[in-house]
Design a protein around this ligand. Structure first.
Ligand code: C2O
Ligand code: CU
Ligand code: CU
Length: 440
């Protein structure tokens, strides 16, 4: 769905239903009957209006992940609750200088986020480039995972799995198992990849093909880099160009070790999946036929804004920790905290001044990685696990490795109001690894 005359208006129906997944009939959740939900295409300066109807049995709401829009009122407000049977009218106004890129939408009702996304509620948002980048075709690949039992239902998740962050047995691309893609040699395609998995990190490879990374999240590299693999934490997006080379290629997710919680449980604790599950075949690409003439040069992008020279008005430390003895959901054994506290929507944890630049040190004292996400305001990574970053890298989900740290800068240029930051392993978020930020 594409905006026209500066506006896109649509209705999203969140509802349970039966959906074909990999040749089986699954009982899942969806927006407007599809997994993923419709792809929304916008331009900077556009207004997006969404009437969300809740046809679920639980409360829900809607978040536009990564968009730089107001968190207040009926904007990107994570504190809205839409009860079953009700509708809510959202209005998102993109600023005229909104960065292009791939974004996504999903529910954000605390305590139910992992279940609802795992169930199938997500979709992509594309903010178009101001200057088009030439490509023969564009593909939006929304990657998610799900587990289905013999009856096609999603089994309830065990407390241990919840603590690790659930990973589904099936990894889907646009709701399909191993879809077949085809192209001709020499064609250049634009791929927008969304990691909509609840907890699974994706280390993507497409051996034999030429990949150039234009950007991650809303961040762009001035000169697109040739890459062999791309790591996307839950919530991250990649924007890339693929130049087709004759042959058969597999889009694969390779093992990624995001740590384990076993030691803390005093037991064996299974090794974390990326690792245990090994490789997953996501899609198969056939490149054959009459070659087309070489694709044009990739244009140089405008250099991203660099906050490393900015005056920092406040420095903060955020410690992400897992500990024993919390009241974890149904399990009652682990607590997930930021600076020693679990999420409380009535409390404001961080107050920032509009117009300031802050530097946050994100520390992780636990034996698992936590992908840290801040709403509304993107983060610029200045240091990650001991190494200074060479280029200005903007992301809205930054990985904080097990027992490691990352340092980011954030420009609170505009927008006032309350929003949240949290671990994007959504089981951790639902267990309380989330805080409230208010810009004044
Ligand atoms: Cu993708 Cu707070 O979320
Ligand atoms: Cu978000
Ligand atoms: Cu986490």
């Amino acid at each position: 769905l594409r905006s026209a005359n500066g506006r896109l208006q649509l209705r999203l129906d969140a509802a349970p239903g039966t959906i074909e997944i990999g040749g089986r009939t699954a009982n899942a959740l969806s927006f407007n009957g599809g997994i993923p939900g419709p792809t929304l295409r916008l331009k900077a300066g556009d207004r997006l209006g969404v009437t969300l109807h809740n046809g679920l049995e639980d409360p829900t709401n809607l978040h536009v992940h990564g968009l730089h829009v107001s968190p207040e009122g009926n904007g990107d407000n994570p504190f809205v609750t839409v009860v079953p049977g009700e509708t809510f009218d959202y209005e998102f106004q993109l600023p005229a200088d909104h960065p292009p890129g791939a974004f996504w939408y999903h529910p954000h009702h605390h305590g139910l986020v992992a279940d609802q996304i795992f169930g199938g509620l997500y979709g992509a948002i594309i903010v178009e480039d101001p200057e088009p980048i030439e490509a023969v075709r564009e593909r939006v690949l929304v990657i998610s995972d799900i587990t289905l039992d013999g009856q096609g239902r999603i089994p309830s998740v065990a407390p241990m799995e919840q603590m690790m962050g659930r990973e589904g047995e099936l990894v889907l691309v646009n709701g399909q198992v191993n879809p077949l893609l085809s192209a001709r040699p020499g064609e250049r395609e634009r791929w927008r990849i969304v990691n909509a998995c609840v907890s699974r990190y994706l280390r993507l490879r497409l051996d034999g093909q030429q990949m150039q990374l234009l950007g991650i999240d809303s961040g762009r590299f001035a000169t697109p880099e040739a890459v062999e693999d791309i790591v996307l934490t839950p919530g991250n997006r990649a924007d890339l160009l693929v130049t087709m080379v004759e042959g058969l290629a597999v889009l694969e997710a390779q093992p990624y070790d995001r740590g384990r919680a076993g030691g803390m449980m005093g037991g064996s604790g299974q090794p974390r999946s990326g690792t245990a599950a090994g490789r997953a075949r996501l899609a198969t690409l056939t490149v054959a036929g009459e070659p087309v003439t070489a694709a044009p040069e990739v244009p140089v992008q405008p250099a991203p804004r660099d906050l490393r020279g900015s005056t920092v008005t406040a420095r903060r430390e955020l410690t992400f920790a897992m500990g024993m003895g919390g009241m974890m959901g149904s399990g009652g054994m682990m607590s997930f905290t930021i600076n020693g506290q679990r999420f409380d929507g009535e409390r404001v944890d961080i107050t920032v001044e509009a117009g300031s630049v802050e530097e946050w040190t994100l520390r992780n004292t636990s034996p698992m990685d936590h992908p840290v996400h801040l709403h509304v305001w993107p983060m610029q990574v200045v240091e990650s696990d001991g190494g200074a970053s060479g280029a200005a890298i903007w992301r809205d989900v930054v990985n904080v490795p097990a027992r490691g740290q990352a340092r980011v800068r954030i420009a609170f240029d505009d927008y006032t109001g309350r929003s949240v930051y949290h671990c994007h392993i959504l089981d951790h978020e639902d267990e309380g690894m989330m805080g409230v930020i208010e810009a004044r």
